[in-house]
Design a protein around this ligand. Structure first.
Ligand code: PEP
Ligand code: MG
Length: 756
């Protein structure tokens, strides 16, 4: 590599400079070079990153840790990724490099500018497009210290598990992959949106512009209906205008990320853009299209009289799809199947039917995985696919939980997917509505992925926490700005290793088990630094262990859901419990006092007391530790006061189980899914009385079952006094909004009744 500077300003960059500044940096440089108004930016080059690796002395250790790694072994992969990231985060950035970054930042409004810090990965001699989206971006960064931290985090994200997996699969040598960091003025737009520089289906010279008030993410995420303008480049006229009712906008919220606010009444129905603005935007679009030679999909923003172009990329894929199947939009396409939409997003791909886990090697990147029901040992395959469809299951089954965390669209409980669909067939999956369509549909770009809420847009009195099962989801979970983790299911950390806890014990591999658990939990604790994280002790039914090493020693139960799981198993298997407690102890000793422990499937206070006494016996200061229970069995709701007397510090409704045990409805059985009702009066009565009791005693009462991700239920819970709610990653934004709205309503009503 020829010597290059540590810092390059956009004006100094051309598209050939990919090796120095990555794809993102090069394309921004190119855009500014052709005269598009790109927000100001500089790039910390890949050379600077290399220099950091060498001068900090971590290079050898870092790459040795990645050599000969079996990336299909998700436990190993996660471990190696954590080690590598930690190495990068702990290493010292050379002083001279720090100085250069600070000096460059000083030149942006005297070091006061709010910037976005984006990773821009690159491989020597290779276009980068394939790395897009695998490394991190940090928005709203202000101040030298935060900037340097965000830069180092971007570097570390080059060694995320997904990125490592992807590179290994694509045959990239980790050493040849570099990363640059783009530091760019964050445009606090008054209005923003997207533009197609030509008609995306017919290719006619029409610029199609969509936009709304506030930040562009409202339009990109599809959370508002935007205005739409069509500009005919031949006549130079706006030929169509659709002015939407725009009630909300997303705006920056200082250090807290973004927030959603209501738009002033007089602006709601006002046209967003003047004809002059539409014309200017269309002109910029044309410049980009002419330069790149293909129609572009452009993101734009307006502040005062300034128009900014934020991004430009080809829309050729949409054209190809449309040309191949011109009638395929959801309106006219054949619906092949329906099930429960379990994880939002739309994806198309080829079906691969997996009848036995042993065949999951056949699954390729981008396929649609179709199976009776997923199992923990299928997770490596689930990571690769574009969408997941199952015959069985409901919103709380394994496939649903894991898909939501991976951000992969999923439909569960279709009953017949494995019979109706054929391997090799092309389908489109709508994981929100629960439909499987024939063929490849034209999909609005913003709908292709589940969008995660931006950090903390609303402050609520009721804490809104997030559920996590896999450490790789920790960063996405933290990015929602959630107030903590209300449930960390640790089964997934262990089951991913494909060995039962009993196997580790029988083979004298206890330390390995502890390490795995330790690393996984620590990743989540680190992502939620200073916020409470409730880790739940093991709760896997025996049938989930069956296919793993050691699974042959698991008892065969007629009814595993009602069987040897949760705290009852730990109490009878002291070794298994001891290893978990040893892990927690090490974390507490490391100073992670945000760690709380929650016991699952408790039915009597004596189980809590016995578990606590065992912990005391193993040296835990149980008086200082935050210990609580799940309320999943009617008996524990009924006896909650006795639990409080026994010393629980918190309780959390596991409604997934509480509903099934109250109503005798198997949560994973699609035939009775229609009768599975979290708002059944009997369930609500149990919840109501337990909330009252906890409130009377000042004990935190929360929910971590799926019902906590459903707005009508959450409204009811807040009205009935719940003190915190823990939702799935994809539901945080709407749950936070529901909580805020309900709290406001309560305040309003009490003010009204006072004045009446
Ligand atoms: C529950 O029962 O609601 C719960 C959160 O636990 P799980 O889904 O893991 O059984
Ligand atoms: Mg449960």
């Amino acid at each position: 590599m020829k010597e290059m500077p540590d810092i390059l300003w956009l004006e100094e960059i051309r598209k050939e400079d990919i090796a120095a500044v990555g794809g993102k940096g090069a394309s921004l440089g190119e855009m500014s070079a052709i005269g598009l108004p790109v927000p100001r930016a500089f790039v910390v080059t890949s050379h600077a990153f290399r220099r950091f690796l060498i001068e900090s002395g971590i290079e050898k250790t870092l790459f040795a840790g990645l050599a000969n790694l079996d990336v299909e072994d998700s436990g190993e992969l996660e471990k190696a990724a954590n080690r590598a990231k930690e190495l990068v985060m702990k290493a010292r950035v050379p002083a001279s490099l720090k100085q250069k970054v600070k000096e460059a930042y000083q030149q942006m409004d005297g070091g006061r500018m709010v910037v976005a810090v984006r990773s821009s990965a690159t491989a020597e001699d290779l276009p980068d497009a394939s790395f897009a989206g695998q490394q991190e971006t940090y928005l709203n960064v202000k101040g030298e210290k935060n900037l340097l931290l965000a830069m180092q985090k971007c570097w570390a994200s080059l060694y995320g598990a997904r990125a490592i997996y992807y590179r290994a699969k694509q045959g990239f040598d980790h050493q040849s992959v570099n990363i640059a960091v783009v530091v760019q003025q964050l445009v606090n737009s008054e209005k923003a949106g997207v533009m197609f520089t030509s008609h995306p289906v017919t290719g006619e010279p029409l610029s199609i512009i969509e936009g709304s008030w506030g930040l562009g993410e409202a339009v990109v995420s599809g959370s508002v209906s935007p205005d739409k303008y069509v500009y005919d480049q031949r006549s130079g006229k706006v030929i169509d205008r659709l002015i939407a009712n725009k009630r909300y906008k997303i705006v920056s919220d200082g250090d807290h990320g973004t927030k959603t606010v209501e738009i002033r009444r007089d602006q709601q129905d006002a046209p967003l853009l003047s004809d002059d603005e539409v014309r200017k935007l269309a002109t910029f679009g044309k410049i980009a299209e002419t330069h790149y030679g293909v129609p572009q999909d452009v993101e734009w923003a307006v502040v005062g009289n300034e128009i900014y172009i934020l991004q430009s990329r080809p829309i050729t894929t949409i054209k190809t799809i449309a040309a191949a199947s011109p009638t395929h939009d959801a309106g006219s396409s054949k619906i092949l199947l329906q099930g429960q939409g379990a994880s939002p997003g739309i994806a198309s791909g080829e079906v691969v039917i997996i009848r036995d886990v042993k065949d999951s090697g056949r699954v390729k990147e981008g396929d649609i995985l179709v199976t009776q029901m997923t199992n923990p040992d299928m997770v490596p395959a689930m990571r690769k696919v574009a969408a997941i469809i199952t015959d069985e299951g409901g919103m709380t089954c394994h496939a649903a939980i894991v898909s939501r965390e991976l951000g992969t669209p999923a439909i569960v409980g279709t009953k017949t997917a494995t019979q109706v669909l054929k391997t090799g067939q092309t389908v489109t999956v709508d994981g929100e509505k629960g439909f499987v369509y024939e063929g490849r549909l034209e999909v609005p770009r913003e709908k292709t992925k589940a969008t995660v809420a931006a950090a903390a847009p609303l402050i609520t009195a009721t804490s809104v926490k997030v559920n996590v099962s896999m450490p790789e989801a920790a960063a996405r979970a933290a990015a929602t700005g959630a107030d903590g983790v209300g449930l960390l299911r640790i089964e997934h950390l262990i089951l991913g290793l494909n060995k039962t806890p009993g196997w580790f014990i029988a083979n004298n591999r206890e330390e390995e088990f502890i390490q795995e658990l330790y690393n996984g939990i620590k990743t989540v604790l680190d992502a939620f630094y200073g916020k409470p994280v409730w880790v739940r002790t093991l709760d896997a039914p025996t049938d989930e262990f069956r296919n793993m090493a050691g699974g042959e020693n698991e008892p065969v139960e007629h009814n595993p859901m009602l069987g040897w799981r949760g705290i009852r198993r730990d109490l009878q298997s002291p070794d298994q419990f001891r290893l978990q407690v040893e892990t927690f102890k090490r974390l507490w000793d490391q100073g992670y006092d945000n760690l709380g422990i929650m016991f699952p499937m408790v039915s009597h206070p004596s189980e809590f007391t016995r578990a606590r006494e065992m912990m005391r016996g193993w040296g835990v200061d149980v008086e200082a530790a935050t210990l609580g229970v799940m309320i999943e069995i009617p008996s524990s709701a009924i006896l909650v006061e006795d639990f409080i007397r026994a010393g629980i510090r918190f309780a959390s409704f596991g409604t997934n189980d509480l509903v099934q045990y109250t109503l005798a409805i198997d949560r994973n059985n699609e035939h009775v899914a229609g009768m599975y009702q979290p708002k059944h009066p009997a369930v609500l009565a149990l919840i109501d009385s337990a909330i009252r009791c906890c409130r009377e005693h000042g004990v935190e009462i929360s929910i971590c079952g799926q019902a906590g991700s459903e707005p009508p239920m959450v409204k009811w819970l807040v009205e009935h006094g719940i003190t915190s709610v823990s939702a799935n990653i994809d539901a945080i934004a709407k749950i936070r909004e529901t909580v805020a709205r309900t709290e406001q309503q309560i305040l309003l009503e009490s003010a009204r009744s006072r004045n009446a």
